[in-house]
Design a protein around this ligand. Structure first.
Ligand code: DLL
Length: 434
């Protein structure tokens, strides 16, 4: 028995799915042209009228929307229905400048909840499950999204929000949570806490739905082993609705994009040119049926590739590889391009886990970079290997990966502050734009 929430849509034959997308796109373009000045201006500038868009094959004619466009038009610029038709806002967690505020009509919320319901059912959720949501609630989309999905499935929903690990564990054991939804870094923290408190026998979890930040296969294996669950990836972004834009099925081989609602493209981030399936580039989404804040060809800055290879779960919707970086998270340190994922790779190769932080600063006009990483409890027990020799080994690994000298501090387990939501991996104190 396959785990589908809406089998007729999730397994729809590809030709029929394309037709559905085409019909929805034509309607959506007419909607935004008629109801949103920002889209009308963009299309007029490109010499396009809604009649020029006959179906998905014409999507490449449409101009892109970027995060800067949304910020410039803050807050109402891309609103495409009267404000009185909106029932909710959510917002990005931007720390600098203006945030992005996304508006939702009731139908938009229903679509979003449905997307999260499909993800929960794909992870084995039914009305008999107890779904423990410890993504943050509030402006962040994680909590409200999975909460709505869990209601749709009919599961008992625990709206825990993030933080207060003791209370999380108390509810988890007393109420027998079976599915947990949180960031992978918080799942790892909960795993540590469960092991320390000797609670593993009292935990009934069978699955976890983890996303909102990058995580590796190593981290998946650790979390699965510590919590005794199957760990599923889920992806989304506030601008497009929140979690559930794509999700993993039991194959754990990439995330199915909910193609009846969101059309995905991969482009070359430098040129904007469309790239074929299998090539890594920037992910671009078009909301096919959201009404209040529909984004057309929105550039996510997430880098990944798509695959249309048949999935044995039976779903026909295209799969995206987990984001492999962001086109904007590259740092230039000491004149060299540095991606945090390169540093993470060196640490994982040497047996460290995801408890690390990268501190970048500028002292006397020179860049400094230090990686602080915790030993695992097993490393701590190996007394014959000194901290200094461990540090030297990481310095050498980073030098050969990046070509620059990086200072390294290997710390005792639990020295780095644990995150309750998205982990903060990079602290860049340089104010490069002042
Ligand atoms: O993080 C929505 C979300 C909540 C997704 C809960 C999954 C679970 P934002 O705060 O707007 O929204 O951040 C969106 O987070 O562009 C990616 O860079 C990153 N991201 C989201 N999911 C994943 C994932 C939510 N599974 C940004 N793997 C996106 C890697 C992810 N990165």
């Amino acid at each position: 028995m396959k785990n589908y929430y809406q089998p007729e849509i999730e397994t729809m034959p590809t030709a029929q799915l394309r037709q559905l997308q085409s019909d929805k796109l034509v309607k959506q373009i007419a909607h935004v042209y008629d109801n949103c000045k920002a889209y009308r201006e963009k299309m007029d500038q490109a010499g396009l009228k809604p009649e020029d868009i006959h179906g998905i094959e014409d999507i490449g004619k449409l101009p892109f929307v970027t995060k800067d466009d949304l910020k410039e038009a803050y807050p109402y610029g891309y609103l495409s229905v009267p404000l009185s038709d909106c029932v909710r806002i959510q917002s990005t967690s931007g720390t600098t400048g203006k945030r992005v505020v996304a508006f939702y009509s009731q139908e938009d919320i229903d679509i979003w909840d449905e997307c999260c319901a499909r993800a929960i059912v794909a992870a084995g959720g039914t009305k008999d499950d107890v779904v423990h949501v410890c993504y943050g609630y509030g402006l962040f989309t994680g909590g409200p999204g999975l909460n709505g999905g869990s209601h749709m499935v009919g599961s008992l929903t625990l709206p825990m929000s993030s933080g207060n690990t003791d209370r999380q564990l108390q509810f988890m054991t007393d109420l027998g949570s079976t599915i947990i939804c949180c960031t992978p870094s918080y799942a790892a923290n909960l795993g540590e806490a469960i092991t320390e408190r000797g609670l593993k026998d009292q935990i009934k979890l069978k699955a976890g739905i983890f996303g909102a930040e990058p995580w590796t296969e190593e981290m998946r294996r650790d979390i699965e082993a510590t919590l005794g669950i199957k760990a599923y990836d889920i992806y989304g972004l506030t601008e497009i609705s929140g979690p559930g834009v794509s999700f993993e099925c039991e194959e754990q081989g990439g995330m199915h994009i909910q193609e009846d609602h969101f059309y995905a493209e991969i482009i070359n981030p430098e040129t904007g040119e469309a790239l074929p399936d299998g090539e890594i580039g920037e992910l671009v989404f078009t909301s096919l049926d959201k009404k209040a804040y529909p984004l057309i060809r929105y550039r996510t800055r997430d880098l990944c590739y798509l695959t249309r290879e048949k999935c044995s779960c039976g779903r026909t919707h295209v799969r995206m590889h987990k984001p492999m970086g962001r086109s904007d998270d590259m740092m230039v340190v000491k004149g060299v391009n540095v991606w945090p994922s390169q540093i993470e790779q060196v640490l994982f190769d040497q047996g460290y886990q995801a408890n690390y932080q990268i501190m970048v600063d500028r002292v006397d006009n020179r860049d400094t970079i230090e990686v602080q990483v915790e030993m695992t409890p097993e490393m701590q027990k190996q007394r014959d290997i000194s901290v200094e020799s461990r540090e030297k080994k990481v310095v050498a690994g980073l030098k050969s990966m990046l070509g620059i000298k990086v200072d390294v501090k290997v710390l005792q387990p639990k020295s780095i502050v644990r995150s309750e939501g998205k982990a903060v991996r990079v602290v860049d104190k340089r104010d490069l734009y002042k």
